[in-house]
Design a protein around this ligand. Structure first.
Ligand code: ADP
Ligand code: MG
Length: 969
């Protein structure tokens, strides 16, 4: 455990608290809000001064916003490492409003070479120093980590320690009793411890930011060293404190906290302020360290034996001006505080002996002086005046350090007694005995206080444990309750479902019952009706037979009609074809649109009818057209006939003409023949004359030769010849003329003949043409008359078909009428029957005819209603019959659902029971575990010291520990 070191008062020296000020840069939100940078850093070498709103503050050092962590460490904290390793106590604490950079300065980002803060740098430096020191030094380093929240000290290395107390050791130095101390042998181990503490801190709170701004975190490094050669022991405690936000509670948003809590939150900070004010105001004798745990812990750091550095952290934003100013004021006040520092050294036996001798000497000297003073006093009391030369020199003391010691004691004290140099000797009014008594009393009271503190701590720890247990139990109970509630809800739900299902079933059952009753009634009625129906069915059967017959007839008729229809269709088709042909024949294109689709053999009659009618109407119009055309044609024919007769007449004339011409031709030929014959005769005459002429010539020649003498004769003959020749010429001329005339006539006649022949030819041709025309026309007429005949036939047939159809319709209508009549008869019959039965019943009861009639009418009405009702019932029955299977199905489904729900309910109950048992078992188990844990916790947990040897690197720490341990042994 802690090594108790008496303070070495002899080498104590006064030392001011060092106050440095650090401004952080404007943060994002401040920049966004347009806050101004209101701090001015006057230029100059020292960097220890700032001005804000015209007011100037002086500190040991001022860090501008751009100051690096390294710079802050080197200039504000580094020196503390050597101090601590030299056996001094040290304290660094950061003061300032929330988010002014306290944590950033103290902790930073551990592990980041640039951003890490003072704590990690110090830790690293301590170990580096140790590694560089003499080898005969052995170090024991232990760390503690706790936080103060609402004036309760919570151990961050052991979450069960939630309200540790502050005690004083025998040197009246306060310390946190029971705080977990971890021995560490390397920086990494320290960082692990810090991590552990931080994670514990996180676990314990819900809102870490709020929590950290309201709690002080204290990291304590305790360094002890022993010189293995001369057994000289030094120890140094280093407190590294990250204080809570210094702002007014209202600003941090503590509105939600209870008043009590709000009062407590800044209690320690205000106590700190009070302590510092009291210390700063040098005249105050009472320093209220005991007002809070924080001030108790920092008692040595403030006005005691410690090298203290306060880092005041500020925001430069105009928004935070007032807080910044109050922070700066705090720093200013703190700067005036003087500490008295000395090395904590544990003395060896020799040293003690030496000191003892010295003290003894001193006491002897004091005694001598006291004796002298007493003698002087007695002389004074006896009324003697002692000469100044004889007076004892009061200023000269045997020990110069005494007054300082006394002053330190005075400050350490909380006693209301003014502590002045000279101690008890100056308290004239109190005897030594009384003083001692008072001292003892005070000691006792402090002891009691500490004991009470201890008790409180134990109690609070116990309370905490109990609370933990309770929380666990409550959690268990809550979870159990939740489960129970869930189960209850489930059960309720199931029960509700069950209930609703039951209700549904009830409803369904009711409905079913009603239905059953209805059904019974209806079935009775139905039975009655059935009987009636049976009789009716019989009748119906008879009717059915007749109906069947009619149906067969109908069928036949239908067949017939179908046949007819077919025929009609055929006829129509033919007809239309004919019509088309007629149309074609007529050359009109009006019929072309009358294209008829072949009627569907199995199409509906009506449709066909309408189609046929349509066709017929069309045909009608067509026929009308045709008739008109026929008439036109007939007239045309008559015209033609007339023309033909005319032509015939012409022809006859022509023939006559031809015969005439022929006759003429004959005569002409005859005359020609005559002329020919005359010509021949003439030619013959000519020939004969030529012969005669020739003979005459020959005779002349003979005569000329023989009868030259006969010249006279010759002359005569010549004369005669000339005459003859003349005669002959005349004759020849006449003849020639005649021949020419005849020839002309002949040619004329020939021409005429050819002309006539041509004409004849023409006429014959024309005749032939006309004959052909006539023949053609005749043929056409014949065709047309044939077609007309056909059309008439078709028309007749159509007329016939129409008549047939009408007849068919009539028959069908008649059949229907008969059927209707039959039905009526049947109904009447039924009614009369019913009446009869009713009348028969009535007749039995009453004989009155009027009454009977009335009754009958009444009954008739009833019957009517009954029939209506019957019909309704039959319908209802049918509906119900339809409905019944559905309802049955629904009922079945409902039953099944109910069954399923019941099983589910049973299961749920069983599950709940099981769960309850399980939870009971769990609770028991956890209780047992908690009990075991508590038992285990109460057991001793020994801490193993891990000494480190100087001059060795921490990698060889294992060896160091071993050797260190051996060295200790
Ligand atoms: P506090 O502990 O005082 O409430 P923090 O140390 O948590 O404030 O700082 C608040 C924020 O400001 C942090 O995000 C921190 O990183 C940043 N910050 C503080 N000081 C500085 C600085 N000197 N330089 C840069 N950032 C800083
Ligand atoms: Mg912080």
């Amino acid at each position: 455990m802690a090594m108790e070191t008496p303070r070495e008062r002899e080498i104590a020296a006064e030392d001011s608290i060092k106050v440095v000020c650090r401004f952080r840069p404007l943060n994002d939100s401040e920049e966004k809000a347009g806050s101004k940078f209101i701090v001015k850093f006057p230029s100059g070498g020292d960097e220890n001064c700032i001005s804000i709103g015209g007011k100037v503050y002086l500190f040991d050092k001022v860090f501008k916003p751009n100051a690096t962590q390294d710079k802050v460490y080197n200039e504000a904290a580094k020196s503390i490492v050597t101090d601590v390793l030299a056996g001094y106590n040290g304290t660094i604490f950061a003061y300032g409003q929330t988010s002014s950079g306290k944590t950033h300065t103290m902790e930073g980002v551990i592990g980041d070479p640039n951003k890490q803060g003072i704590i990690p740098r110090i830790v690293n430096d301590i170990f580096n120093h140790i590694y560089g020191m003499e080898e005969n030094l052995e170090f024991h380093i232990k760390v503690s980590y706790f936080e103060i929240y609402m004036d309760k000290i919570r151990d961050l290395l052991d979450v069960s320690k939630v309200n540790l107390s502050v005690h004083e050791d025998k040197n009246r130095v306060p310390f946190v009793k029971g705080a977990t101390e971890r021995f560490v042998s390397s920086p990494e181990e320290v960082f692990e411890v810090i991590e552990e503490g931080k994670s514990n801190r996180h676990i314990a709170v819900t809102n870490m930011n709020e929590h950290s701004s309201r709690s002080h975190s204290v990291f304590l490094i305790n360094v002890k060293q022993e010189n293995l050669e001369n057994q000289k022991k030094l120890s140094g405690k280093l407190y590294l404190v990250d204080l809570a936000g210094s702002e007014k509670v209202s600003k941090t948003g503590a509105e939600g906290t209870v008043l009590d809590e709000a009062k407590n939150i800044n209690k320690s900070l205000s106590a700190l302020g009070n302590v510092i004010s009291a210390l700063a105001d040098g005249n105050k004798t009472h320093i209220p360290y005991r007002d809070s745990k924080l001030t108790r812990i920092l008692q040595e750091s403030l006005g005691g034996n410690a090298r203290t550095t306060i880092i005041i952290c500020c925001s430069p934003a105009s928004f935070n001006e007032s807080e910044t100013k109050s922070t700066l004021d705090f720093g200013k006040r703190a700067k005036t505080i003087k500490n008295v520092v000395c090395v904590n050294e544990e003395l060896t036996a020799e040293e003690w002996k030496r000191r003892y001798e010295r003290e003894k000497e001193k006491v002897a000297r004091w005694k001598g002086k006291v004796d002298k003073l007493e003698s002087e006093l007695s002389r004074w009391r006896q009324g003697e005046t002692v000469k100044p030369e004889e007076q004892v020199n009061l200023i000269e003391g045997p020990d110069v350090t005494t007054p300082i010691t006394a002053s330190v004691e005075g400050k350490l004290d909380d006693s209301p007694m003014p502590a002045t140099p000279g101690g008890g000797l100056m308290i004239g009014s109190l005897s030594n005995e009384e003083r001692q008594k008072l001292e003892e009393e005070r000691e006792r009271l402090y002891q009691q206080l500490d004991d009470k503190d201890e008790e409180i701590n134990q109690q609070s720890q116990y309370v905490e444990k109990l609370k933990e247990q309770m929380e666990e139990q409550e959690e268990l109970i809550a979870s159990a309750r939740r489960d129970y509630e869930q189960l209850q809800q489930e059960m309720n739900r199931i029960q509700q479902e069950n209930e609703s299902a039951k209700e549904e079933v009830k409803e369904v059952l009711q409905a079913l019952e009603e239905l059953a009753v209805n059904y019974d009634q209806k079935s009775q009625e139905v039975e009655l009706k059935n009987k009636e129906q049976e009789s009716m069915t019989e009748e119906l059967l008879a009717k059915q037979v007749t109906l069947n017959n009619t149906a067969s007839e109908l069928q036949q008729l239908r067949d017939m009609s179908a046949h007819q229809r077919k025929r009609i269709a055929e006829m129509l088709a033919n007809f239309l074809k004919d019509l088309g042909e007629i149309g074609v024949a007529i050359g009109g294109e009006s019929n072309e649109n009358l294209k008829i689709a072949p009627p569907e053999s199995n199409g509906k009659l009506e449709e066909e009818f309408t189609v046929a009618r349509l066709f017929i109407s069309k045909m009608k119009s067509e026929v009308k057209n045709l008739v008109q055309r026929c008439q036109g044609l007939e007239s045309f024919q008559v015209d033609c006939n007339k023309k033909v007769s005319e032509y015939e007449k012409d022809l006859a004339e022509c023939r006559l003409l031809i015969s005439q011409h022929e006759a003429r031709m004959q005569t002409l030929t005859e005359s020609m023949k005559e002329a020919e014959t005359r010509k021949r005769a003439l030619e013959e005459d000519v020939d004969a004359l030529r012969e005669e002429c020739a003979k005459l010539k020959a005779a002349e020649q003979v005569q000329a030769v023989t009868n030259k003498e006969k010249a006279e004769e010759k002359e005569a003959a010549t004369k005669m010849r000339v005459a003859l020749e003349e005669q002959m010429d005349q004759l020849r001329d006449a003849h020639q003329k005649q021949v020419a005339a005849l020839r002309d006539e002949l040619s004329e006649k020939q021409e005429l003949i050819s002309e006539l022949k041509d004409l004849n030819q023409k006429f014959t041709l024309a005749h032939q043409q006309m004959q052909a025309d006539y023949e053609r026309l005749k043929q056409e007429e014949a065709n047309k008359s044939v077609k007309l005949q056909e059309l008439m036939l078709l028309n007749e047939r159509r007329e016939q078909a129409r008549k047939d159809l009408k007849g068919l319709e009539d028959t069908v209508a008649k059949e229907l009428q008969t059927l209707h009549n039959l039905r009526k008869l049947f109904v009447q019959d039924l009614q009369t029957r019913i009446k009869k039965t009713i009348n028969a019943e009535d007749n039995e009861d009453d004989g009155g005819s009027l009454a009977q009639k009335q009754k009958i009418s009444f009954l008739e009405n009833n019957l009517d209603q009954l029939t209506k009702v019957h019909k309704q019932l039959v319908r209802d029955n049918a509906d119900l019959r339809c409905e019944l299977p559905k309802l049955e199905k629904r009922l079945r489904a409902t039953m099944e659902r109910v069954k399923a729900l019941e099983t589910a309910l049973r299961d749920a109950k069983e599950g709940a029971m099981r769960d309850r048992k399980r939870y009971q078992y769990e609770v028991d188990r956890i209780k047992e575990a908690v009990r075991q844990k508590n038992l285990a916790r109460r057991g001793p947990s020994a801490q193993i010291a891990k000494p480190i040897r100087a001059g060795q690197h921490h990698l060889s720490n294992v060896n160091a520990i071993r050797t260190g341990n051996r060295g200790k042994e």
